[in-house]
Design a protein around this ligand. Structure first.
Ligand code: OFO
Length: 162
């Protein structure tokens, strides 16, 4: 079984993942409302991935005979300014999630909890990919600007996400 303090930390991480899912879903709804359907579809899949992350943590807690305690999900923002602003916010959010994972990893190290560290390796890899994926979109928007042709291309590309 995990220590009480590790259980609390993982429960907080579960909450962060659900909050991320809700934020991405809100961004997706916003993009639907402005007819940016490629962005909307990409963000919806991103939201589903975040739910997957929360579920992975929940399964780990259950496998460790630990107590999952769900917490309140916060009301996400509804409007996001420009698409660049929105994706910058998504990137910042991913960086915060990465920091939270690194803290968890550090805590597991202090507790000499090798099993949790080993489990968290997957999340560390995943965060690298998440930051890269969102960062690439931010970079394209920053470099090329939000012209109609740029938005058309990025929207099309994001809509192709499997
Ligand atoms: Fe769960 O990785 Fe994004 O936030």
């Amino acid at each position: 079984m995990l220590t009480t303090s590790m259980q609390k930390a993982i429960n907080n991480q579960i909450n962060d993942e659900f909050n991320a899912a809700y934020l991405y879903l809100s961004m997706s709804a916003y993009c639907e409302s402005i007819s940016m359907l490629g962005f909307a579809s990409w963000l919806r899949k991103q939201s589903e991935e975040e739910v997957g992350h929360a579920m992975k943590l929940i399964s780990y807690m259950n496998d460790q005979f630990s107590r999952v305690v769900l917490q309140q999900i916060y009301e996400p923002e509804k409007t996001f300014g420009s698409l660049t602003d929105m994706m910058e916010q998504a990137l910042l959010h991913e960086q915060e999630i990465s920091d939270a994972i690194y803290l968890l990893y550090g805590q597991a190290g202090e507790e000499e909890d090798c099993t949790t560290q080993n489990f968290l390796d997957w999340f560390i890899e995943e965060q690298l990919e998440e930051e890269k994926t969102v960062g690439d979109v931010v970079e394209q928007l920053r470099i090329y600007g939000e012209t109609k042709s740029v938005l058309y291309e990025i929207n099309k590309e994001l809509g192709q996400r499997e």
